[in-house]
Design a protein around this ligand. Structure first.
Ligand code: UD1
Length: 418
């Protein structure tokens, strides 16, 4: 099994280009079920994307990946695709459940495996099913599968989500795309990745608008023959490298981004005393020797993202005083804490809150990655720690970070995969 070995306490300097967003690409790939010819650009070639491609190929779509161009081309020549997503392809990646909405919308029936839990929490799909039922789908759960049917097609409706969910909002948009009449989604998630999905669907012929937490969808009958789309940058990858630079950066310039999209993250870094030069499409950042304590809570966008919680916690270990993070999105997302404590951090968990007593000197150790974002927090800790850090189970990292070692090595980090 592969491991990462990092020799820390080395300053990093140079340029980093941010890849396309994994979390935007996944629903857009699911949306390609609704299309005829699609070219997607700025694709991050990470494991989750290959898993989704495998699922789409299984159901019968023709897909050509061009790694050097960073593109995926999809052709749906005939309409004879399978309406089944089997357990073996959905269990490794929850986003597989996003094919439910488009398959049901287009083929009026779908049999999709329940994705099951994962390390960071139980992660149910009740909100996805709630929305589809409101659109007129008949849904049964049998032998671990969601069996959905809408014999006469889905019908537009007004849906108020009881809680905010990114995936449920995406599935509802994808299903409502071909529904008869108008749909209004209230209390929706408004993540930039959802806006990217909407922009993709509007290119396809849709008429979808977002206003605060409301999304208005006019049912679309006819789709365009051919569309192209450039996927938005990965704001979580950007946040991760911003924190890396705040920890050990001499001078790092991060490119291929839109700064306005990560306002809450930048505000927090500024409050922590991180030195930033913010431009429209790049941010230059260097290490601060006087990191200030802060209290934050994870929230749906535009709040601070749960996907950056583990990374920010590493920066908090270097702050003067006690910082706190309240995790409001997932119930079990502090698994990195015990590993960070093994490296010398002083972090205590009380219910939903991690209390980080800083500043701590981090020391290299052999550690275990437990999920995608937790594993990258260990990379950040390794970069700032004394001596050698060995990170096991890095397949978690490969699910979501494109060319991580290469991007860091280009900036003189001492990191290698064995
Ligand atoms: C997406 C992101 C993930 C991110 C998360 C929150 C993708 C592929 N993944 O995951 O990286 O961490 O948003 O920003 O985009 N919930 C329910 N019932 C449901 C659905 C969700 O109770 O039917 C709960 C979840 O357990 C969780 C909360 O709602 O507590 C938010 O989850 P959700 O926004 O749905 O996350 P995902 O779409 O799975």
């Amino acid at each position: 099994m592969q491991k990462l070995i990092i020799k820390g306490k080395k300053e990093i300097a140079g340029n980093i280009s941010i890849s396309g967003s994994k979390n935007a690409t996944l629903p857009i790939l699911a949306a390609s079920i609704l299309c005829k010819n699609v070219t997607l650009k700025n694709i991050p070639f990470v494991q989750d994307i290959f898993t989704m491609v495998k699922l789409l190929k299984f159901i019968g779509m023709k897909i050509v990946i061009s790694k050097n161009k960073g593109t995926i081309r999809i052709k749906n020549k005939n309409n004879k695709i399978k309406t089944l997503a089997p357990y073996k392809l959905v269990k490794t990646m929850r986003a597989g459940v996003l094919v439910l909405g488009p398959i049901l919308a287009k083929f009026r029936k779908a049999k999709i495996s329940l994705p099951g839990g994962c390390a960071i929490g139980t992660r149910p799909v009740d909100l996805h099913l709630f929305a589809l039922k409101k659109l007129g789908a008949k849904i049964k759960i049998k032998n671990g599968y969601i069996i959905a049917e809408a014999k006469k097609g889905l019908i537009g409706s007004k849906i108020t989500f009881p809680n905010i969910s990114v995936g449920a909002t995406e599935n509802a948009i994808l299903a409502a795309f071909h529904a008869k009449g108008n749909t209004i989604l209230k209390n929706s998630a408004t993540e930039p990745e959802i806006k990217d999905l909407i922009s993709f669907l509007n290119k396809l012929g849709g008429n979808i608008k977002m206003n605060n937490r409301s999304i208005f969808i006019k049912g679309c009958e006819k789709v365009k023959e051919e569309i192209k789309h450039n996927v938005i940058f990965d704001r979580i990858e950007l946040g991760t490298y911003l924190i890396a630079a705040a920890l050990v950066g001499k001078k790092i310039k991060i490119n291929k981004i839109q700064s306005k999209i990560i306002k809450s993250e930048l505000d927090i870094l500024k409050k922590m005393g991180v030195k930033l030069k913010i431009q429209k499409n790049s941010i230059t950042i260097s290490k601060s020797n006087n990191i200030k304590k802060i209290n934050i809570a994870t929230k749906p966008y535009p709040g601070f993202p749960t996907d950056l919680q583990a990374q920010l916690m590493v920066l908090m270990t270097k702050a003067n005083g006690i910082s706190k993070i309240q995790e409001n999105i997932f119930e079990n997302r502090f698994m990195h804490v015990s590993e960070l404590n093994r490296m010398g951090a002083n972090i205590e968990i009380k219910n939903k809150v991690a209390i980080v007593k800083g500043p701590s000197k981090l020391n290299g150790a052999e550690v275990m990655a437990t999920d995608l974002r937790a594993s990258v927090s260990l990379v950040l800790a390794g970069l700032v720690a004394n001596k050698k850090t060995i990170i096991n189970r890095i397949y978690h990292l490969d699910r979501g970070y494109e060319l991580l070692e290469k991007k860091l090595k280009n900036c003189n980090a001492n990191i290698k995969r064995v």
